[in-house]
Design a protein. Structure first.
Length: 256
């Protein structure tokens, strides 16, 4: 059972079914209880909904376990990934010495075995990182939807009449997607920091002070990347605004 969880082999039956026929709803896998939208696995009382900053901070505290698992698998995958060039360097260095004694051949075999294990372990760790990240995203989406629906049920009839039903559904979908994506972006940010630090250390180890040039270029690209990301966010906001207008217009046409 443990090996199946590590290798995700419990999905083998679904994959085999998909090769023979179209997958139906009854073929779906048994989902985890954590993904049940009616049973949020976090303490909802710890989440502060008053403002954006307090909400994000309290959300990270409430979801510490799932957040730590996602980041932990990413760190593990990065360690295996960064170990690979060091093992390759050690393997080539030993080959260049031309020593093919029994002890040297044993060391070469161990290094080659370690190189292969690092590749396999990196792949498995990355899959678990993606799994934990998507799981985190879905739990956040369930949490936001539950809060929005419970609040919507408390609205008065006059408040409900101010907006079309299609508008309300569209706003709910947009808000829950935006917040859940922000939580995943936070995890990806830790991934970027870890990879950047690891790459810099690896460069200085193999290249020496010549790696300073690459580091300076990367620092110079930061303002450009920041400008592009802000432009992207602005365009995305405009796109969401146009989508809201389109949904409102379509809802009014259908109701008419």
């Amino acid at each position: 059972m443990l090996l199946k969880s590590i290798l995700f082999s419990h999905a083998e039956s679904l994959i085999r079914t998909g090769k023979n026929r179209l997958i139906q709803s009854e073929d779906r896998l048994q989902i985890s209880e954590d993904l049940n939208p009616q049973q949020i696995p976090w303490d909802e009382s710890k989440i502060v909904w008053t403002n954006k900053k307090s909400f994000l901070v309290s959300l990270l505290k409430a979801s510490r376990r799932n957040f730590s698992q996602a980041v932990g698998f990413q760190i593990l995958a990065s360690l295996f990934s960064f170990a690979t060039p060091f093992l390759v360097h050690a393997f080539i260095t030993k080959l260049q010495k031309g020593d093919f004694s029994q002890q040297s051949l044993t060391e070469l075999c161990l290094i080659a075995l370690g190189f292969g294990l690092c590749g396999v372990s990196n792949g498995i760790s990355l899959q678990h990182y993606f799994f934990q990240t998507l799981k985190y995203n879905q739990i956040v989406t369930n949490l936001i939807n539950k809060k929005i629906f419970s609040h919507a049920l408390k609205l008065s009839e006059s408040a409900k009449s101010q907006f079309q039903v299609g508008d309300i559904v569209n706003y709910m979908s947009s808000d829950s997607d935006a917040i859940s994506d922000a939580s995943v972006t936070t995890i990806d940010l830790t991934n970027a920091v870890i990879l950047s630090i690891g790459c810099i250390i690896t460069l200085f180890y193999f290249v020496g002070w010549s790696a300073l040039v690459a580091l300076l270029i990367m620092l110079l690209l930061i303002p450009m990347t920041n400008h592009l990301s802000k432009s992207f966010m602005h365009l995305e906001d405009e796109m969401m605004s146009f989508r809201d207008q389109r949904m409102t217009l379509m809802t009014q046409l259908l109701n008419a």
